[in-house]
Design a protein around this ligand. Sequence first.
Ligand code: SAH
Length: 350
Amino acid sequence: MARQLPALTLEQLTVELGSRARAVETLRWLFSQRPMPTVLPEAIEGVSHRVWKPFRARHGLVVPKVTERQQSPDGTTKYALDFAGTNVETVRIPAKGRSTICISSQAGCTRKCVFCATKELGFIRQLKAEEMVAQYMLARSEAPVEQPASNVVFMGMGEPMDNLDEVLHAIDVLTQSPAPQLRQVAVTVSTSGVLPGLERFLAESKASLALSLNATTDEVRAQVMPQNKTWPIQSLLNALRKDVERRNGKRDYFIEYVLFKDLNDTDADADRLITLLEGIPSRVNLIPYNPYPGTNLETPSTSRVRAFHARLVEQGMLTLIRWPRGREIAAACGQLVLSRDGEGFQPSAP
Ligand code: SAH
């Protein structure tokens, strides 16, 4: 199917517009507008009307409708977006000197992680690369100038490895010159561990990889992530090890580890995690579980989270605790789910 803006690559635009210079002008224009444009204009500078007019007649611009915009006191902004009747969520997370945009790759999710609120939606549909790039464009156009949208994480709704063609195309567009020209390492794809997709991603992409490990034994992991029965822990870590060898360490690997009280938060778990990650130069992100009603999982105490962190650090592991951001607006990890008209799941207040 023919691509639309904003998911046309420089090469595709060059063919369509008949010159690379016009393609460059078009991309520059597209990613510099504030607010995000909702239609293609009648003319843009640097592209002759003769060429632009038929191009504009052939191509639309995929634009989300913002149905809700919620900002938490730390500046984290959650957007509820509507793409022609399909609802998804995008989060903009400001930090010093930059913003990270958390993008959804599916409406709902193909996976059934017990602890994740998105599963309540079931699987609605795959998002197109256009819709992923448009999420970025919108958030980028609203990022403070001193906190530009330099980073993207595919950590919103959905399992990126189950929609990999579109995710890879979106990454191509996000990292291309002249705009938006994100660095490959500044784009991170997060997976629950879908082995076939993970292997293909590692073979085809230079972007960073986050693996949501969330447990140190197959027994516990299968309890919270049923797909672990198909792709157990070692199969996933072996894929990473192979990639470390192939790429000679030229990729950033993150291990996401949601901490659940009394399930995966013991010192023995911390020690097992160190052993599991041998041979994988990775950084661990500890995410204290963001609770939502309907599970019997609990969040460990702050002191347990700190002790787990300390035990990893003592053994030389680069480890960060991801204290929840945007929890007030249910924008934290695993809280992306829509609540319209009182239907569906309503995120609880903190
Ligand atoms: N499907 C992908 C990306 C979406 S989830 C994946 O699983 O990686 C993004 C991150 O949020 C994952 O690391 C996931 O383990 C974590 N997460 C999901 N639900 C959570 C919850 N309730 N509390 C804390 N983290 C959660």
